[in-house]
Design a protein around this ligand. Structure first.
Ligand SMILES: CC(C)(COP(=O)(O)OP(=O)(O)OC[C@H]1O[C@@H](n2cnc3c(N)ncnc32)[C@H](O)[C@@H]1OP(=O)(O)O)[C@@H](O)C(=O)NCCC(=O)NCCS
Length: 155
């Protein structure tokens, strides 16, 4: 059973574990310095949790903290992002969590970006109704290279 709830301070230790995982970082590709430094990670989360207009939820699977999902940005550029613990990949959790988040978010369109070889993330988005609307390139810090990416839109 997948559910969303508000983020608790105690969730941050779990998010750090999920997001500092090198295999997950390679998949997501576009990482930031805060993915490699716990202090910066905590500061980043304190900042985004305080921002108005950011909707962030902790993802629970049978009551266990397995990731986070959020939608942020100004009304004309709302963007979704999510991260699930690698130990729980392939169980439909991201799809269920994103779908639940989109039920809470009234604004459309909503956008997403994924590097072109992140087939899992692209599939999650497509299963939630997003379609690929643009192709671009982005610098992937975790791969130290520029890589192709897609932009997806949920109208
Ligand atoms: C991408 C991510 C969120 C997927 O989470 P998940 O809970 O495993 O996704 P789901 O189980 O809901 O999978 C949805 C679909 O994607 C497919 N999928 C998931 N991971 C995949 C992978 N590595 N390769 C190919 N397909 C994959 C599933 O098979 C499923 O498709 P199907 O129903 O047609 O079989 C997770 O791998 C993750 O957190 N990765 C690291 C962070 C990241 O990349 N975030 C997104 C940044 S754009």
């Amino acid at each position: 059973m997948i559910s969303l709830r508000d983020v608790h301070d105690s969730d941050l230790a779990f998010f750090w574990e999920h997001q500092s995982d090198p295999a997950a970082q390679h998949m997501a590709a576009v990482t930031r310095p805060y993915h490699h430094d716990r202090e910066q990670f905590d500061a980043h989360w304190a900042r985004i949790r305080a921002l108005p207009g950011v909707l962030i939820r902790t993802v629970l699977a049978d009551g266990e903290v397995v990731g986070s999902v959020s939608v942020y940005g100004p009304p004309e550029e709302r963007e979704v992002t999510y991260w699930i613990d690698r130990a729980h990949w392939g169980r439909g959790i991201a799809t269920a969590a994103l779908s639940a988040l989109l039920d809470l978010e009234p604004i459309r369109p909503v956008y997403a970006h994924a590097v072109s070889d992140n087939t899992g993330s692209i599939r999650v988005l497509q299963k939630c109704g997003f379609v690929i609307t643009a192709h671009d390139k982005v610098f992937a810090e975790s791969r130290a290279a520029e890589v192709p990416e897609v932009r997806l839109t949920l109208s």
